[in-house]
Write a protein that binds this ligand. Structure first.
Ligand code: ADP
Length: 672
């Protein structure tokens, strides 16, 4: 066995490989780019080598630098993870030339599967069923069009060099064919520098079922059962599970044996995945073979109890496969969801930003989190926006799903827009629960999935509003404690409880909608000290009270006791209730200027922002309601007005300065 390996990757997969290597007593070397100087995988490895600038082509894709790092540190083998150099035949060849073991298949196997059309030709010979189509070398558009017309529409055009759904186009009729071919070719040329196309029958309701295979250098090959990866957006996986719901023993054996035939047809070694489409009538067709460890390998590990990275290392070191086919079995059910920095409501566009707050469910026999980031890390434009994989396991699918719902609720992240809420809605969908799905599931239910039933929102608005009010009281109280003039009425946190009921209005942007909220402090707090309010939101009214201790709010809403925790950054709030996560922020901050009544006016920043300008000079005498200062927050300007007739003694901040939410802006002296 190796004593030291280099991991030519980053993020969760680099961490994943390091974990197993460490358990096996193998030392690890990480490589990192500028952007990853402080990344988790760098800290986890025994050694780490800086290999260049942030852009992947200058670091993780630079073969010379990766090989030099291995030589410099004396690593005997390189694990490529997935993506980057994992299916790069040149890299594989170069490792061999440098006497470094490539932890993966031999170069010819990578080359054979590198082109979707060449792969299909090999599979056809090996008797592996293919989707009907044309995958020939002659790229005359006439020939491709004729193949499509003969087959009948719909058809799917695919770039033979493709991946990640690029260069792929559905064509629904002969009229659309030419323009679709042009578009697919353009995309393929841009993406892969190769616009060779294949065309195949477009199956309208298939499931994506893939088989995990493993081969050693001694001629042994096994399949480690299937994964169902039908839940996709933009033809890319989001949820994967094992075993596939509804799979029969017969079909499993047929697909497993076909996958092993596919691997043997190219003298495969190591971990590989053979992807099939399973049609509604039970026929299955080879799609492609991925010659590496897949993102979704953990679900196979959870149901087999095996460590696939350990198997990879053993096979690469020349060992015989640890188990034979008849020694492998399935135990329970596992589901993986991919947590991405992306915006489901905006075509799943990747998002960037800093993870300001991260709280995850605890790892256990039932819950596994594979990640490469921690709180404070940045999701940058340079790499894949996957934040983590959340994997759950239980005795059967129904129980596993319940685990998943619970774990997603406990997966709390703030600072970057993610698909967490979307995943939660997805796994709650009754058709998903019944496993009534195909690869079109997300598209078909998009409307419902993107606009979850928010009937629970009513209560959540009251909770969010109560939090904001109590938070504001705390800020004022804190200021009073630290201010030299604690007796000043402007430091009075209890202005809410003057005889005349104080009212605060603001607009709450919550779960994508906007609600006008007014909070009235009741003059006599009766059933729930120290704070007691009436909150009106839309046409609903709630009597509420509560206590805020650090991040946790204990609330009583119309007699219903509830608990919620909160995370906050730059004016964005996340509320986590027992039910779900709710995002909110104040649209128009409460500056007390509603109804022309400025009696409760606060001279503090309503949220983080920038001072735009002072509207009067320091020392000016002003009258109640006069505009004193403009600040900008969340791309909107907010005017801070005089709370009463009086004098502006000092502006604490100058134009252009950043201020934090709650910061006192002006020293104001009320006229006698
Ligand atoms: P890529 O390598 O670009 O990810 P794949 O060939 O793996 O592309 O296909 C990705 C997804 O596209 C599949 O999982 C499936 O949902 C869909 N797909 C591919 N081929 C077909 C087909 N012939 N009919 C219907 N859907 C298909």
């Amino acid at each position: 066995m190796f004593t030291k390996i280099l991991i030519a990757n980053r993020g969760e997969i680099a961490c994943r490989v390091i974990k197993t290597a460490r358990q096996m007593g193998i030392r690890t070397v990480a490589v990192y780019s500028d952007a990853d100087r402080n990344a988790l995988h760098v800290g986890m490895a025994d050694e780490a080598v800086h290999i260049g600038a942030s852009a992947a082509r200058d670091s993780y894709l630079d073969i010379d630098k990766v090989v030099a790092a291995a030589k410099q540190t004396g690593a005997q083998a390189i694990h490529p993870g997935y993506g980057f150099l994992s299916e790069n035949a040149d890299f594989c060849r170069r490792c061999a030339a440098e006497n470094i073991v490539f932890i993966g298949p031999p170069t010819p196997a990578i080359e054979a599967m590198g082109s979707k059309s060449a792969a299909k030709q090999i599979m056809e010979k090996a008797g592996v069923p293919l989707v009907p189509g044309y995958h020939g070398d002659d790229q005359n558009p006439e020939i491709i069009r004729k193949a499509a017309n003969d087959m009948g529409y719909p058809v799917l055009l695919k770039a033979t060099a493709g991946g990640g759904g690029k260069g792929m186009r559905q064509v629904w009729s002969a009229e659309e064919f030419d323009s679709a071919l042009d578009a697919a070719k353009r995309e393929a040329m841009n993406g892969f520098g190769d616009d060779t196309m294949l065309v195949e029958k477009y199956l309208t309701q298939p499931r994506h079922i893939e088989i995990q295979v493993f081969c050693d250098t001694h001629g042994n090959a096994v399949y480690l059962f299937e994964r169902d990866c039908s839940i996709q957006r933009r033809h890319q996986k989001v949820i994967e599970e094992a075993p596939a719901p509804g799979m029969t023993e017969t079909l499993r054996a047929e697909m497993g044996e076909a996958a092993v035939r596919a691997a043997q047809a190219i003298n495969y070694v190591g971990a590989g995945t053979v992807e099939f489409l399973l049609d509604a009538d039970g026929s299955f067709y080879f799609m492609e073979m991925n010659t590496r460890l897949q993102v979704e390998h953990p679900v196979t590990e959870m149901i087999t109890g095996l460590d696939l990275v350990e198997w990879q290392l053993r096979v690469a070191a020349g060992d015989v496969l640890p188990l034979k086919q008849n020694e492998l079995s399935i135990n329970g059910h596992a589901i993986e969801v991919r947590i991405y920095a992306e915006d489901p409501s905006n075509e799943f566009l990747p998002q960037t930003g800093t993870i300001r707050f991260l709280e995850t469910p605890a790892d256990s026999d039932h819950i596994r989190i594979d990640t490469g980031v921690t709180e404070g890390d940045e999701v940058s434009v340079f790499y894949d926006p996957m934040i983590a994989k959340l994997i759950v396991w239980d005795s059967d699918r129904q129980h596993a799903l319940r685990r998943l719902s619970g774990a997603l609720k406990e997966y709390r992240l703030n600072g970057v827009t993610t698909n967490i809420d979307f995943l939660y809605t997805l796994c709650q969908h009754p058709d998903f629960a019944k496993a009534d799905f195909d690869t079109g599931f997300i598209g078909k239910h998009e409307e419902q999935l993107l606009n979850p039933d928010t009937s629970e929102l009513g209560n959540n608005i009251a909770l969010a509003a109560l939090y904001l009010v109590l938070k504001q009281q705390q800020v004022i109280a804190h200021r009073a404690r630290t201010s030299s003039d604690a007796e000043s009425p402007w430091n009075n946190a209890h202005s809410w409880r003057l005889n005349q009921a104080a009212q605060h209005h603001f607009e709450l942007q919550i779960d994508g909608g906007i609600v006008s909220v007014s909070v009235t402090a009741l003059s006599a707090a009766t059933n729930c000290e120290p704070s007691n309010f009436i909150i009106s939101a839309g046409d609903k009214e709630y009597t509420v009270c509560g206590k805020l201790h650090e991040r946790v709010l204990q609330a009583n809403i119309d007699g219903h006791r509830q608990r919620a925790s909160f995370a906050e950054y730059e004016g964005h709030f996340s509320m986590y209730t027992a039910e779900r996560a709710v995002q909110f922020n104040i649209k128009r901050p409460d500056l007390g200027d509603s109804n022309g009544d400025t009696s409760d006016n606060q001279l503090s920043a309503p949220m983080n922002g920038t001072i735009v300008s002072h509207l009067v000079a320091a020392g000016s005498t002003v009258s109640k309601g006069e505009a004193l200062l403009i600040m900008e927050a969340m791309k909107m300007e907010h005017t801070i007005r005089a709370p009463a007739d009086g004098t502006v003694n000092t502006f604490y901040y100058h134009a252009g300065e950043l201020v934090s939410g709650g910061a006192e802006l002006i020293e104001f002296e009320k006229a006698e």
